[in-house]
Ligand binder design. Structure first.
Ligand SMILES: [Zn+2]
Length: 544
């Protein structure tokens, strides 16, 4: 599954407020929409790759372009070129390319071009006139198949056409290119995966290639390609959308993750809570990797851009080999630069803005993930697992824990000498700025509630102060450290005891948005900060 929402939500409300800003009054309204997506060059350091590997990348980019063509067909039942040529101006064409059709993905698929009604729930996977009732009544045992189109035969009866039949020409070209790339691959695991992926495209059986993907360990390049996620199919959520992402492994972070993995027992032992809540062995984060993305094509490029990948989706692969989480570092950096920094300029005290740094942001994200593995999974009060005991409060409390653990670990690792040049204040202030970004996605998700609880708790303990006139926030280092330790202690105690009642009370009392915070968020939303990013990408940008 993709993590897109981390940065984006509230896009719709932002878009509505967009036109309030003075400078945009004379602009083509369609250009304003395009400009909500900050343009970024999609690049990464390729200097460690051989000439041969760079040539292989060019092949993979060509496959990406085929996935791009196929995703247009997944999403929209008109010919792309005819449609684009029919649009009134270049800005509209550009916005249509971002949205892959005439509907605005950031505003619940509202059409932005005249003459197009509502987007069909099933995109172009199903006949445009199909209803859910008809689909449910359809007696076809494989109707939830991930890799086929549903069409009508001459009598109007529903039939399924496998992707490899419907898109034969494109699939044949893509498979040929994948085999050529496989020949060129230097990593054995990647070589095998590419060749199995070619076969998968030709047969619509992805199992062996997904297994081979999970087996890869030493590859410096990765290629997530084919029909993958099913969000485009809003009718029944079954059909998979064509997508391609070329990834370059971040070797420095891969080594760091291994190192921190070794330090987990020490970190667990240092948690600021009673010994009885930290007797369990810490769980290492398995299968987490850091990559730069150098190509987004098809589904992953439509509307908001994903910044993490959690795959594969096939439960048979999960059972056999688990799944893998890829953090997309350069994409996160782009959103940090274009979205989080401008937010910081509005809500962080000018004297502390220098502490808002991407490295700190990325560490906070990474250690959040590692933080899920610390603490306790089984209550000590005989109430079973923490997950079962905490019921509906589980996710909010656990997400809150992971965020706190993230900061705690950076501080601990610095104490342990792992970060010689680290200023923890960077992580604290960046964390604070990140809170505003996260709370923007709404207070109802587990992450949103977790952020509000923490925000209100920090406010109570004076971890930050707010300048009434400027509406900016300033972190108090000592009180922040204290608040962090207290809150970790309380959270681990609640989890360890399986204390559902206290958790429920916490969420009710602290998971709320104050008027003041609402006003600060409104200020962010009306400031004309981009809602997402778009890429200038391809072989040329990469210097290939
Ligand atoms: Zn989490």
């Amino acid at each position: 599954m993709q993590t897109r929402t981390l940065f984006i939500a509230a896009a719709a409300s932002l878009a509505m407020l967009w036109s309030c800003s003075e400078t945009t009054k004379t602009k083509n309204p369609m250009q304003e929409k395009v400009d909500q997506f900050a343009l970024v060059d999609l690049k990464s350091d390729l200097s460690h790759l051989t000439v041969n590997q760079k040539q292989m990348l060019v092949k993979l980019i060509e496959v990406g372009e085929i996935m791009e063509d196929l995703f247009w067909k997944d999403a929209f039942n008109k010919d792309r070129e005819t449609f684009l040529a029919s649009l009134p101006d270049e800005a509209t064409r550009q916005f249509a390319r971002i949205m892959y059709g005439p509907w605005n993905r950031m505003e619940a698929n509202k059409p932005f071009v005249d003459g197009y009604g509502k987007k069909p729930a099933g995109a172009n996977y199903y006949p445009a006139d199909i209803t859910l009732e008809e689909f449910e009544a359809w007696e076809e045992p494989n109707k939830l198949d991930w890799y086929s189109l549903v069409r009508r035969d001459e009598q109007g009866k529903l039939i399924m056409i496998p992707y490899h039949v419907a898109y034969k020409e494109e699939i044949t070209r893509a498979a040929t290119l994948l085999r050529e790339a496989s020949e060129m691959a230097e990593d054995e695991g990647f070589k095998k995966y590419l060749s199995l992926r070619a076969e998968a495209l030709e047969t619509d059986d992805y199992l062996a290639s997904d297994m081979a993907w999970m087996d890869m360990k030493t590859n410096k390049i990765d290629f997530v390609v084919g029909p993958i996620e099913s969000y485009e199919d809003q009718l029944v959520g079954a059909r998979a959308a064509h997508s391609a992402q070329i990834l370059i492994k971040d070797l420095e972070w891969s080594a760091k993750l291994d190192r921190f993995g070794e330090l987990l027992p020490k970190l667990q032992a240092s948690l600021p809570c009673d010994d009885k809540y930290k007797q369990e062995k810490a769980h290492a984060v398995a299968n987490m990797y850091v990559y730069d993305v150098v190509l987004y094509r098809g589904d992953c490029n439509a509307g908001s851009k994903n910044i993490a990948i959690n795959l594969p989706n096939d439960p048979r692969v999960h059972a056999a080999k688990g799944s893998r989480k890829l953090q997309l570092k350069n994409a996160m950096q782009a959103k940090f630069d274009k979205i989080l920094l401008p937010i910081s300029d509005l809500v962080i005290d000018p004297s502390q803005r220098k502490h808002v740094k991407f490295d700190a942001f990325f560490e906070n994200v990474m250690f959040h993930e590692v933080g899920h593995g610390l603490g306790i999974k089984e209550t000590i009060s005989g109430k079973g697992t923490v997950r079962d005991a905490m019921k509906d409060t589980y996710s909010s409390i656990e997400e809150n824990k992971a965020d706190l653990m993230g900061l705690f670990m950076v501080a601990k690792l610095t104490e342990m000498g792992e970060y010689p040049d680290k200023d923890i204040m960077d992580n604290y202030v960046t964390f604070m700025a990140g809170l505003f970004r996260s709370i923007r996605f709404g207070a109802t998700s587990a992450h949103g509630v977790a952020n509000l609880m923490r925000f209100n708790y920090f406010a109570e303990l004076g971890a930050f102060t707010r300048d009434e006139k400027a509406g900016t926030y300033k972190v108090n280092f000592d009180k922040m450290t204290l608040a962090l330790n207290n809150l970790i202690n309380e959270t681990l105690t609640i989890q360890g005891e399986g204390d559902y009642e206290t958790a429920k009370k916490w969420i009710e009392e602290r998971g709320i948005m104050t008027e003041e915070l609402k006003n600060d968020l409104a200020r962010i939303n009306s400031a004309g900060i981009p809602v997402d990013i778009q890429f200038n990408q391809g072989a040329k940008v990469l210097g290939l």
